[in-house]
Design a protein. Structure first.
Length: 195
């Protein structure tokens, strides 16, 4: 009787332990802010071609750099004698809500840093400011074409230049707590035709 009771207990333990084992499953839902815009009539249209995401490189104690590609279209103006295209930094701070730390993103055009105080000249026909490796040569060629719109693509160089631990106190990147920062990097483009 002891043997059969012992066998019954051992069997029930095996079945119970098998019944208690459970599969482990996890799921997560991703959400994207999405919108769509089409503008084929404005004199100047600039469209970012992809988002920018920085990753911290622990061995370098710095964040990687990214190309901020954009598409730019102008409607040329008949009888224009000059055309100037400039860009200026509007916003460039990434924030982390958990601790108030920030990252400042630098934006450079052909090696020249954009600022919030003064525009950077990208094209200036009368002063012969046209970088032939910038990708904007077709805009320089089409600024006085009022029949066809002229489009091309180019890119800024985006870098994480500095950090704060609380929004005001400068800190090395290596001293930041692990986490996620987000925000907008905005650049204002201004096109001016002289008629």
């Amino acid at each position: 009787m002891k043997k059969s009771l012992l066998a019954a207990c051992a069997t029930s333990i095996l079945f119970c332990s098998g019944a208690m084992a459970a599969d482990v499953e996890a799921s997560a839902t991703a959400s994207w802010d999405a919108s769509a815009t089409k503008d084929t009539t404005s004199l100047l249209v600039v469209t970012p071609l992809r988002s920018v995401s920085f990753e911290y490189a622990e061995g370098l104690k710095a964040f990687n750099s990214q190309d901020g590609a954009f598409d730019i279209t102008i409607q040329g103006q008949e009888n224009a004698s000059d055309f100037v295209l400039t860009s200026q930094l509007v916003t460039n701070t990434l924030n982390r809500a958990a601790d108030g730390s920030t990252l400042e993103v630098g934006v450079a055009w052909n090696g020249e840093k954009l600022s919030k105080t003064a525009p950077v000249t990208m094209i200036d026909i009368s002063n012969k400011v046209i970088n032939t490796s910038s990708g904007l040569e077709s805009l320089a060629a089409g600024y006085d074409n009022n029949v066809d719109r002229t489009s091309t693509q180019s890119a800024f160089l985006f870098t994480v230049d500095s950090a704060t631990s609380d929004g005001s106190t400068a800190t090395p990147f290596a001293s930041l707590a692990d986490g996620y920062w987000n925000g907008d990097v905005k650049v204002q483009f201004t096109a001016e035709w002289t008629l």
